[in-house]
Design a protein around this ligand. Structure first.
Ligand code: ADP
Ligand code: GLC
Length: 477
């Protein structure tokens, strides 16, 4: 099967969160399973394409009359294409924003990515059976495929899949932009991309893709309800059986405690000593007292409304009175960054806060912590709990979306891989942390819990197979 992915981020080249992780791993897993896969992404200013083994193809595609360069790199059956555009991508140091401010031309930037991406198959001799789109940045391609590529031999028979990684980001723009995006006014209808009198680019994917998926079965259900639908639950309900949820996998090479190059020591379920060494090194790195006996609770997160950081802040006074250490790595909302840093200044022996995006530290925290906290308001899938399980770091999480689908609550006896709580309330979160701290004192039970989590296989192979089944159904239907 030939497959074409469009995305705004592909790890390790570009990443703002789990979307990049998924695009860095799913296409490779599909290629390993035998499909011929292409991935198209922008060449942002911070990507040194040549250093990553890409070759430039000068003026390889034309977008609305203007030729542009495409960088390509082939690894087995996987080819990655990076779209060059100095003004839209090359001159940018961020993906969507810089210094906390969204770029003013994001609609044009990603409409351009969609158009350029659809020119790639014709220019490079591909005939994709499926076009797989991800989040609002590439949603418009579902409509462009139908409206502008009916007579393109490379795409004439291509079916489209749109995956929602996060319904909260919809690509909402002023309607006056429509002509600049090269879109006709007849697209500005309620049953197309109009939403509250604005352009909603995600709707192009929700309405025009042949199938819509999201990244966990529970989130797939939640988004068809008014509480979880971000205003689009009605549109999603009309998709009925063409909406499904497939849980993300993890890149089992990138996130492997037995070989992770970011770690000072290595471990697996049979040899846990390396984890103790990682904890000690992490405490030193974060300038926390080196104490093997104290449970180390960690957060690695975008500091966005979705992630429940307000619960963490409300619970801080209570948590910091307990015998534990807390490590937070994240960036996002300025007020939360400041509140966390401020708290850290007052509790240096208990709380370490690092503001910023630091891939290596994220790995060292996963490895060195005992507990990983994810109090999300909503969570389409979540990857950090999967990394935590693999690294023997017991997750404490709110029972929503993909967290509910991938963590089994401790049953007080012998079952479970983590601690879940239901209500969006800091007291409910503290109760879950307290249950975890109690078990932590019983070393045998704790190690058994760690090993249960570490034994679960969350590698991409199984989820990739679910996508392949979906593609096959689409092509037959
Ligand atoms: P989301 O995509 O909503 O942010 P996920 O749990 O799916 O949530 O994925 C988050 C990814 O981003 C993980 O790989 C996580 O380690 C990474 N991440 C988030 N914040 C940071 C940070 N400040 N530094 C390094 N990595 C981070
Ligand atoms: C989004 C979601 C996250 C998910 C990721 C990858 O960023 O917030 O839950 O894991 O996409 O699908």
């Amino acid at each position: 099967m030939e497959l074409l992915f469009l995305a705004s981020e592909v790890a390790p080249l570009s990443k703002s969160g789990g979307l990049g992780d998924v695009l860095g791993a799913l296409p490779a897993a599909l290629a390993a399973a035998g499909d011929a896969v292409s991935v198209v992404c922008p060449r942002y200013g911070f990507i040194d394409a040549a250093r990553h083994g890409f070759m430039p193809r000068e003026r390889a595609v034309r977008v609305r009359g203007e030729a542009t360069t495409v960088w390509s790199r082939t690894q087995g059956r996987l080819t990655t294409y990076l779209i060059e555009h100095e003004r839209f991508f090359g001159s940018r140091r961020g993906l969507y924003a810089e210094h906390g401010h969204e770029y003013g031309d994001n609609a044009e930037r990603f409409a351009y990515l969609c158009r350029a991406g659809l020119e790639v198959p014709g220019a490079f001799g591909h005939r994709p059976a499926v076009l797989h789109l991800n989040d609002w940045q590439t949603a418009l391609a579902a409509w462009l495929l139908r409206a502008e590529h009916g007579s393109n031999p490379a795409l004439a028979r291509t079916r489209s899949v749109f995956t929602i990684h996060n319904l909260a980001y919809q690509g909402s723009f002023a309607k006056e932009l429509l002509p600049a995006l090269g879109l006709p006014w007849e697209l500005f209808r309620h049953d197309a991309i109009e939403f509250h009198d604005r352009i909603n680019l995600m709707k192009a994917g929700l309405v025009f893709a042949d199938a819509v998926t999201t990244v966990s079965p529970t989130y797939a259900r939640e988004i068809t309800t008014p509480a979880g639908g971000e205003g689009l639950d009605g549109v999603l309900r009309t998709r009925g059986g063409t909406l499904s949820g497939i849980v993300n996998g993890i890149d089992a090479v990138e996130w492997d405690p037995a070989g992770d190059p970011h770690l000072p020591a290595h471990f697996d379920a049979q040899r846990l000593a390396g984890k103790a060494a990682c904890k000690k090194a992490l405490q030193e790195e974060l300038e926390l007292p080196v104490r093997a006996d104290l449970p180390l609770l960690a957060v690695v997160s975008r500091l966005a409304d979705q992630k429940g950081i307000d619960l963490l802040l409300a619970a801080l006074p209570d948590l910091l009175r307990r015998d534990l250490q807390l490590a937070v790595l994240g960036s996002g909302r300025r007020d939360w960054e400041e509140a966390l840093q401020n708290a850290a200044r007052h509790h240096r022996d208990r709380l370490a806060v690092r503001i910023g995006f630091d891939e290596g530290l994220a790995h060292r925290i996963e490895a060195g912590a005992d507990l990983f906290l994810m109090p999300s308001r909503f969570e389409p899938c979540g990857l950090n709990q999967l990394y935590s399980l693999r690294y023997g770091t017991v997750p404490v999480a709110r029972s929503v979306g993909g967290l509910a689908d991938t963590i089994e609550d401790f049953d007080g006896w012998r079952r479970g891989t983590g601690f879940l709580f239901k209500d969006y309330d800091h007291r409910a979160m503290v109760t879950a942390v307290r249950r975890a701290l109690e078990l932590f004192r019983d070393k045998r039970a704790w190690h058994a819990m760690m090993r249960r989590g570490m034994a679960i296989d969350h590698s991409w192979a199984r989820s990739a197979e679910r996508y392949r089944e979906l593609y096959r159904r689409l092509l037959e239907g």
